[in-house]
Design a protein around this ligand. Structure first.
Ligand code: SF4
Ligand code: SF4
Length: 326
């Protein structure tokens, strides 16, 4: 029997978690969490019972014909085997499969290994300072481009780049923005204090940080204004954007569907810590990953963790260039 999934517009920010939609959904296609509404389109029969019982308009019938709905079936009418399709600009975190998460993670790891091999090669080490800085910036730029390519391809299967990764604009009351801003700033202070305390403690016991963790970014990008621009571009903007999409959108979303909120947050944070490929940096990166994962999970969408990540890195960049200039 071929099911015809409903065209639903999901707005988790309006949900008051009454649970009525899940009670009424006879196919078990609906799941409502702290910060998301998830529909398994393979199970959804299109009865719209959830729309009828949702008094807060968190689930509404989508009246426009959306591309993602068409993408969920092949031209012959058979379901695609790639897993569930996200419902487009619906406002919920899209459902990612573990296979997709594994593909993204594999590309990230391969790109990381290639980047490290290039940056530590004797060829780059033998270049003049200015050529070395230029080449390092090119390698880092390519490192992010390589990661971006599969994300662009996969986004087409999930309703477009912004809805696929939780980057679309959300409607909501003004106080919600204020509360989210408070969470971002509070977590920035907590994670930065934790990193500073951790650094001081382990150095007290004789464990020195690697150059990157020591804030020696001026060695990588150069200490002048051109180096500052490069560091801000790559470390504050591009790096957090790619890393948040990978760890707090694709991986967190895929893990959450299988193992629940906190298991997903801890697992994605562990992978984020390992991704820094440094025993010294694992714990601060893990703590930051937990804060970012919690923020992504509880504040709906990727913008809050993205801003926190950019500010966190921005503090490191500002400190490194301030010290270099002093
Ligand atoms: S439309 Fe019907 S089957 Fe689909 S999620 Fe809503 S209640 Fe469940
Ligand atoms: S019926 Fe509406 S408000 Fe109640 S849990 Fe479902 S989506 Fe949320």
């Amino acid at each position: 029997m071929t099911r015809t999934p409903a065209r639903l517009k999901l707005s988790p920010e309006l949900c008051d978690h009454c649970g009525k939609c899940m009670e009424r959904c006879e196919t078990g296609a609906l799941k409502v969490g702290v910060s998301y509404i998830y529909v398994d389109w393979r199970k959804c029969g299109g009865c719209l019972a959830c729309v009828k019982v949702c008094k807060s308009n968190a689930i509404q019938e989508r009246v426009t014909h959306s591309a993602p709905q068409r993408r969920s079936t092949t031209p012959s009418g058979r379901r695609k085997s790639s897993g569930r399709a996200a419902p487009g600009k619906s406002g919920e975190h899209p459902g990612w499969t573990l296979q997709e998460a594994a593909i993204v993670l594999a590309v990230v790891l391969l790109a990381f290994v290639a980047k490290d091999a290039a940056l530590t090669s004797s060829f780059v080490g033998g270049l003049s300072r200015s050529m070395g800085i230029f080449l390092r910036a090119v390698v880092l730029g390519l490192f992010y481009v390589v990661q971006l390519l599969p994300l662009l391809v996969l986004a087409r299967r999930h309703g477009g780049f912004a809805p696929a990764y939780g980057l679309e604009r959300r409607e909501g009351p003004w106080w919600r923005v204020v509360v989210t801003t408070g969470f971002v700033l509070g977590l920035l202070i907590i994670t930065r204090l934790f990193t500073a305390f951790y650094g001081a403690l382990v150095q007290y016991f004789g464990w020195s940080p690697p150059a990157a963790a020591a804030g020696d970014l001026t060695d990588v990008f150069g200490g002048g204004s051109a180096g500052l621009v490069l560091a801000v571009l790559l470390v504050v903007f591009v790096g957090p954007l790619i890393e948040e999409i990978v760890f707090r959108s694709v991986l967190l979303s895929a893990f959450r569907e299988r193992w629940g909120d906190w298991a997903a947050i801890l697992l994605s944070a562990s992978l984020f810590g390992l991704y820094h490929f440094s025993a010294w940096m694992f714990l601060p990166a893990f703590a930051l990953g937990v804060a970012l994962g919690w923020l992504a999970n509880s504040r709906e969408g990727l913008w809050p963790p993205l801003v926190l990540h950019a500010l966190y890195n921005g503090v490191a960049v500002a400190a490194a260039f301030y010290v270099a200039a002093a």
